[in-house]
Design a protein around this ligand. Structure first.
Ligand code: TXA
Ligand code: MG
Length: 326
């Protein structure tokens, strides 16, 4: 059965499991990952089975040092090193041409591969002692990404032997996905490394705003991050309160998922607090949605406006709500 072990105490066992072609859940600064040896196609196949993930959705390959890039990628563009210098290790994945060593099951049959160097020191030690690890977020396919070891356990108990626990993820939403494999660098998934930050290094980045760009990431065509109860994003606190009161009258047991700054408006209504800043919101949102779906019948989430991390986190929250707004 599945065991949760402190990351500091579990590295040796994790190394053994990876070397045997088994799966290990590891912590990162974004969300927990479900990893396997990226060069072992049978091991990688177990990831898809454990998550119930469609085979046409490619995986990110996690490395521990820049010297490993050449094992994974056939042509490393200069732009990669510019980004790496500033933001690696960190919450960004970069898509480049794949090396022939990387099996097609990792890339869903494609000629490109996403590469990321996570910040977590235990995870990098695990990679250092084994191999680059292919890993998606460690949730059941289509559910909310996990930001604690317990979240992983709730979704994947029985599917994986070992979860390395290193507490709450500090960023809380998945990495920025940047495509360097064709033409202008293009953001396929926004994240904590923002378009502005990348444009300042690269000169030009195509923003994630247009649907045609979002659709290029194969995973984006699936509904992701969905809680198991109806979810709606509120344009403002007044709209949220009106929706809550309507839902309450209908006996739906709603909850507000909001930052504390709106207490004056939300009053005595049930609320799950997201903190104060947009960074707090990003760090807390997935845990809040998981709690909300367990305890309540409808989720009304605060909508943030603006770019940067606020824009990135709203990309996830609008998906969780299936685009529904009030
Ligand atoms: O923060 C993260 O990126 C986490 C942690 C564990 O590193 N991982 C993660 O993986 O979120 P996953 O599989 O849940 O999301 C990866 C996304 C998917 O939307 C996938 O379609 C896209 O990246 N992707 C991966 N490789 C790609 C490629 N070669 N071309 C286009 N999109 C790719
Ligand atoms: Mg995922």
């Amino acid at each position: 059965m599945t065991r949760i072990v402190k990351a500091a105490d579990g590295i040796d066992e994790a190394v053994e499991l990876i070397n045997k072609g088994e799966l290990v859940v590891f912590p990162t600064e974004t969300v927990y990952g479900l990893g396997a040896d990226a060069f072992n196609p049978e091991a990688v196949a177990k990831i898809f089975k454990a998550k119930g993930r469609p085979q046409d959705n490619p995986l990110i390959v996690h490395i521990s040092s820049l010297s490993q890039v050449k094992d994974v990628v056939s042509e490393v563009p200069n732009e990669f090193y510019k980004i790496a210098e500033l933001y690696m290790p960190g919450p960004i994945s970069v898509i480049m041409k794949k090396s022939p060593n990387i099996p097609y099951i990792v890339t869903a049959g494609g000629e490109t591969v996403a590469v990321r160097m996570p910040k977590n020191v235990f995870t990098r030690e695990l990679i250092e002692k084994t191999r680059p690890l292919a890993a998606p977020s460690a949730n059941r396919s289509k559910h909310i990404s996990p930001t604690t070891a317990k979240h992983v356990y709730d979704d994947l108990n029985g599917e994986v032997e070992l979860i390395l626990d290193d507490g709450d993820c500090s960023v809380g939403i998945e990495s920025t996905v940047l495509d360097l494999s064709a033409g202008t660098p293009t953001i396929l998934r926004p994240g904590a490394i923002t378009a502005e930050m990348l444009a300042s290094v690269l000169g030009e980045v195509t923003e994630n705003g247009k649907v045609i760009k979002i659709a290029k990431a194969p995973g984006m065509k699936y509904t992701h991050y969905a809680p198991s109860v109806p979810t709606v994003v509120a344009e403002n606190a007044a709209h949220a309160v009106a929706e809550y009161d309507r839902s309450e009258r209908e006996g739906n047991n709603p909850v507000l998922v909001f930052r504390d700054v709106y207490r004056d408006v939300t009053g005595e209504r049930r609320i799950i607090d997201l903190g104060i800043t947009a960074d707090d919101y990003a760090r807390n949102i997935y845990a809040a949605l998981r709690r909300a779906e367990k305890e309540y019948g409808e989720i009304i989430v605060e909508g943030l406006s603006g770019g940067g991390i606020a824009g990135s986190v709203m990309n996830r929250v609008d998906k969780a709500a299936g685009g529904k707004r009030c």
